[in-house]
Every structure is written in C-alpha cells, then in structure tokens.
Design a protein around this ligand. Structure first.
Ligand code: ATP
Ligand code: MG
Length: 666
C-alpha cells in the first residue's frame, strides 16, 4: 500500500441521537473522552471497581510491549461476576435468558436458575476430572446450555474453547488438539433451517480422526425423543453417532444429581479465561487467548456504555457463542451487567424470512445487535417481512463484523429502527476482546458507514507503510493502516502455543503499535471509516482503492443487494477491479445491467474504480460467521487453485463461481 488510501466515497449524512435518548443515556457528557484519554489507567480502573474481586489488584497495568498484564495481584472469577453477585444483590428473579429454539420452544432462566444450573454443571465437569488450568472444548448450538457450559468452565478455572456448532469434524479435531482439551461438551444435535445438525456424530468423527487428549464427551440431549414429545412432533430421524461407553456421558445422567453448591475458583486476574480461534477470513485461524480480569473489565464497560443497558431492556445479540461476539456480548459483557437477553438457536429464515422480526415482536426486544451480512440478506429478501411485524419496542441497534455499507446502514435505520433508533457500528476483533471503535449512542452523532470514534481510553491512529503517524504528520482527513497505540484491558495475551506468530502478526509491521490488519481513514471530524483488510486493498494505476468503497457504491444501486470486490492482477494497471454482485429479489442479470452497474461505480466514486469484470452471482463465499472471503475470490479471478476453504460456510459456492468465471474468460 502506498502512502495513503484515496478517499473516494463521499458520505455527508449525519444522524444525531434524539434529545430524549440523550437525556436518558448512560453516558451523555462528551467530556468523558478527554477525561478517559488524560487518565486512561484511571478510566479502566474505575470500571474494574464496579466488579467484585476476591482480592484487589495492586497494579493497574504492566506494559512490556507486546505483552500487557492488567489488575495485577487481583483475584476474581468471571462466573461469579456474571451470576452469583446479581443473586446476592437481590436480582435473582430477573430473567437472564429467554432461550428460543428454532422449532419455537421457549425456555426462560432467571439469574437464580442460572446459578443453580451452573453449579451442578460445574460439579459434573469436575467429576469428570477437569479442573483449574485444563481446557474444555464446547461444540453446541446457540442456547442456554452453551452459555451454561462456558460459565461452568469459568467457575472452576478451566479455559473453554468454543467451536462453532456447524464446523466440520476436521475443524474440531484441529482445535481440540491445538488446545489439548480434556473434555468435549456437545449435544445430540441442534436445529438449523428445519434440519438437525448431528453434533455428537460430528464430534465422534473428530475423535476418530485422533484427539488423544480427550477423555470424556458430555452430551446434552437437545433434539432427541423427549424433546419431540414435549413439542408434540414426531421423533426426528438423525444420525446420533456411536455411543462409546466410558467416554461418553449424558448430561441428564450426571448433571441434575450433582450438588448445587460449587464455590467459584478465585482466579488470578491474568489466568486464562478462554481460547477462541478467529474466523479465518484471511488464513489459518489463530487461537486467541483472553485472561480473566482485564477481559471482564473491557467487556462489561463497553457493554454498559455502548448498548446503554437499562433494567427494562430486552437485549438480543444475534451472534453465536462460536464467535467472539457471543463471548463478549452474549455471555460476559451483558451478564456482568445483569441483562435480560434473547438467545436464539436457529436460522433467520425458519420457518419464514420474518423470523428475526417475529422474535423481536414476540419478546419485545429493545436492543438488537447484528451483522452487516445479515442486514444485507434482509434487504435482499425485502421490506415486507419486517414491515409486517411490530418493531416499536426497539430503541437501539448495533452492527459488527464487517464495515456496514452506507445503504445498508440507511435500510437498517429506516426499516428496522423506524428512523428513531441510534445505530452503534462497533469495530473490534477477536484479538481486541471488546469494542474499540464505536459511537456512544447518547453522545456521538452517527454517519452511515462510519464506526465513528474510539471507545474512551482507547488510542487509535493511522500509520503509513513506514510507521509514521499520519494524523500527526498530515492531519485529517487521512487514510492508511489502523493501529492501536496503547494497551487496553481486554487485549489478547497471545496466540495459544504460538507466541512467535503473535509477535509476527500484530507487532512486527510497526515497532510501536498494535497493527490490526485493517485499513481505515479518519475524516475531518475525527470519525473512523473502516476500509477492510489492508491485504484486500487494491492498487489500481498507482491509487489505493478500498474494496469496501467500491462495494458500497455497488450496494448503493437500487437493484444490488450485496457485492464483493477484489483487485485482480492486470498487466497495465497493476490491479483491475473485479466485482461479484448479488441482485435483489426481483432484478434479473443482463449485460446491460452489468454495464449500468460499472457506470454507477464510475459516477459514484470515479472512473478509476470502474470494475473491469462484473459477475452476477446468487451467493458469495463467506465464513460461517458471514464474512466475505475475498482471498478466495482473488484465487478465482486470477485462476489459481483455491486456498484454505475449511472455514467456508458452503464450499460449493466458490466452486460454482470458479466455473462461472472460467466460462466467461474462456
Ligand atoms: P482471521 O483473523 O482469522 O482472518 P477475522 O479477522 O475475520 O478472521 P474476527 O476477529 O472475527 O476474525 O473479525 C475481526 C475483523 O472483522 C476486523 O479486523 C475487521 O476487519 C472486521 N470488522 C469487525 N467489525 C467491524 C466493523 N464494525 N466495521 C468494519 N470492520 C469490522
Ligand atoms: Mg482477523
């Protein structure tokens, strides 16, 4: 990437919070930014003081770049802070989880019930020989038991490694072996799009492939005959796997009879809380390590400030606990704040494409946190689905996972938020543990497509290739490499088993800053605009163009639902723009439309960005968390053998694009 990134997309719309929202917001004084910046250690310490510690820390932070330690000397337990203390404080009757299964079954758990269940489960896990310092792999569908399993591990000091309940046996095997997990907690299955994912059978296959560290598999019965009976549906036919005596243990055989008293292990602030493998959009997943005290401080503080929790809120984060968003903003951050939340097991189009909106209506959800990939899918399906539901309970919307295209933002704002709900676009990573760039909804006016400002206490800036701080040397507006300049409590403590990769990935490009891997620009108002991975940024005739900006220009066209753009090697220009486009429901692909779309990009952001190739497609290759995998599209466009496809949601999509592309070329 050359000095700066050309700023192409112009976005001038601005949406301040309403006076009423501002007046009631948890944070509404802009002075907070300056205060947190001037005393960032004190700012984070203030949040640490809101948690319950068995022993107080003596030092807030110790920073030996690239390693940080937070709240040294402190003793704390994450489960205690998410469950026990609320019950002790008289909030035991508050609903923690409204667990909605895909078939429509709903189970509510109060915080007192969570406390009881988590203690029994923790005792059961202990009885299987797991203790402090061990690792446990969790492979389940989204729902109360998955959260219970995470909390039970945290309670006894075993680190969890959640593997998304949809990954292949090979992905489980790799992750189990990398972490040397002793125990796998799974279910007989989980519901997805009306079908059963045979989780236990997939775990069996993983173990058959070789998982020498695993001594037991604890199996929760989710989809079997008893469930069918309560639902009054025929017992489902699915692959139950093979029961291995001595290894496999039914949850219902060992958990309910345990004592409901299991004291929390006092953990050192820096003890490992969990390992989580990244999404794998850019390559082989990394086992990111998070520790206890700092992580809990970062997630609880950001949850409270960004989502503006009130006692009356019903919060719904649609992310699965297989991703970091489910760790930080389903389990630890929200539960540390004693929030009531919806946990939904299944897909957004079962039984109909209105499932999300029916769910919002049914449970009167007030805060909804979802991903741009979902929003673009809803745009493609059409407004009639949300329009038929009562979404008036919503008061705040959030977005995470990818840059949100301005048009998708506007749709979210208008169709879902009824033009009344602030939108928080939150930039962060598995590695950062908690939100780093976001608006505080009661303070910062939103601009569609911008993640806006740093979270108080965080210091982000823009570097050039040589590590110059462009904000200092050139001022704003400016574009380049996004870096974080000072440590934050929830930062990763490294990559499990591979500290060299940790140093190499995040700390070798620049000598004095954490390199996030993303490009960004900072506008004249000090707003950050995320431009995607720097590896994805195109160099066309000497100009750096962000894939995200061209994608947003395409999505701006009324017939386009979604687009992925890449730079393809070109003899003259260096790189040429290639675009893969998904049309909205009623639009038909044609050569004329392809020409029209290319022209639309040229008018919207300049001739330089006009795509050379434009392919219509029904789907795009995505990770299971819904992120577009541009590296595979580059392989397609440049006629290479496809790279690592193990984290793809549907490998058939990229194969069919490859054929389509080759046909066109040939
Ligand atoms: P891997 O690191 O294995 O390639 P990944 O980076 O996709 O996988 P995650 O940690 O889940 O794994 O994703 C973090 C990345 O997601 C960020 O680096 C950024 O590129 C993108 N991202 C997340 N939230 C936003 C946002 N609000 N705006 C723009 N980009 C975002
Ligand atoms: Mg990443």
């Amino acid at each position: 990437m050359s000095e700066t990134i050309d700023t192409l997309l112009q976005e001038d719309r601005i949406f301040p919070p309403s006076e009423a929202f501002k007046a009631n917001a948890n944070l509404n004084d802009p002075a907070i930014y300056g205060q947190a910046d001037a005393d960032w250690q004190g700012w984070w310490e203030g949040w640490a003081e809101k948690l319950d510690w068995f022993e107080k820390w003596h030092t807030v932070v110790e920073w030996n770049q690239p390693y940080s330690k937070w709240f040294l000397g402190g003793k704390i337990n994450a489960c205690y802070n998410c469950v026990d203390r609320h019950v002790k404080n008289g909030l035991g009757n508050r609903i923690a989880w409204i667990g909605e299964g895909e078939p429509g079954d709903v189970r509510e758990f109060t915080y007192s019930m969570v406390l009881e269940h988590v203690q029994r489960l923790a005792n059961a896990i202990k009885s299987l020989g797991v203790g402090k310092g061990d690792r446990v792999c969790i492979y389940m569908g989204q729902g109360p038991e998955l959260c219970l399993a995470m909390l039970a591990c945290a309670r006894i000091g075993a680190a969890h490694s959640v593997v998304f309940g949809g990954f292949s046996a090979q992905s489980i095997q790799e992750r189990v072996n990398d972490a040397e997990a002793k125990l796998v907690i799974t279910a007989d299955g989980s519901w997805r799009r009306g079908n059963i994912i045979p989780l236990k059978q997939i775990v069996d296959s993983a173990i058959e492939m070789g998982c020498p560290s695993v001594t037991n598999v604890l199996v929760y019965e989710r989809v079997g005959a008893p469930f069918a009976e309560t639902m009054g549906i025929p017992a489902p036919d699915y692959n139950r796997g093979t029961w291995v005596e001595g290894r496999d243990v039914w949850w219902h055989d060992v958990v309910p009879q345990q004592s409901d008293d299991c004291p929390c292990e006092p953990m050192d602030s820096e003890d490992l809380l969990y390992i989580l493998y990244t999404s794998g959009s850019t390559g082989k997943p990394k086992g990111i390590m998070h520790t206890t005290g700092g992580y809990l401080v970062g997630t609880s503080a950001t949850s409270k400030c960004v989502f503006d929790y009130k006692d009356s809120d019903i919060y719904w984060c649609t992310a699965d606990c297989g991703w970091v968003t489910g760790h930080s903003y389903v389990v630890y951050g929200p539960m540390a704040n004693c929030v009531t939340q919806v946990l939904y097991e299944g897909s957004p189009d079962t039984p109909e494409k209105d499932r999300f909106w029916r769910t919002v209506e049914k449970h009167k959800v007030t805060i909804l946190y979802t991903a741009p990939t979902a929003i673009r899918t809803f745009m493609k399906w059409g407004e009639e689905y949300p329009a038929a539901c009562d979404l008036s309970s919503l008061r705040l919307l959030g977005s995470v996972g990818e840059p949100i295209n301005p048009e998708a933002w506007m749709w979210y704002h208008r169709v879902i938020g009824g033009e009344r709900c602030p939108i928080v676009d939150t930039w962060w990573q598995t590695e950062t543990g908690a939100i780093m760039i976001t608006s505080l909804p009661g303070i910062v006016p939103a601009k569609p497509g911008s993640a806006t400002k740093v979270f108080p206490g965080v210091w982000a800036t823009i570097y050039d290739e040589d590590g110059n701080d462009l904000v200092k040397t050139q001022g704003v507006p400016v574009g380049g490499f996004l870096v974080l300049k000072r440590p934050w409590p929830s930062m990763l403590r490294g990559i499990w088993g591979d500290q060299d990769r940790y140093v190499k990935t995040y700390w070798s490009k620049f000598s004095d800053a954490y390199f996030a891997g993303d490009g960004a620009k900072l506008d004249a108002d000090g707003y950050f605009w995320l431009l995607g991975r720097v590896d994805d940024i195109m160099l066309v005739s000497g100009h750096n163009i962000s894939t995200m900006e061209v994608e947003s220009a395409l999505v701006d066209h009324p017939k386009v639902a979604e687009a992925a753009v890449i730079g393809k090697a070109h003899d003259v220009k260096g790189q040429a723009v290639a675009a893969f486009v998904i049309l909205k429901g009623s639009a038909e692909p044609s050569d004329e439309l392809a020409q029209e779309l290319k022209k639309h990009v040229a008018t919207k952001i300049g001739a330089l960005a006009r795509p050379d190739d434009l392919i219509f497609s029904a789907e795009l290759p995505k990770t299971r968390s819904g992120k577009i995998m541009r590296r595979l599209l580059r392989d397609v466009a440049e006629g290479r053998v496809l790279g690592d496809v193990t984290t793809l949601a549907d490998p058939a999509i990229v194969q069919s694009l490859k054929c389509q592309y080759e046909d066109k070329e040939g």
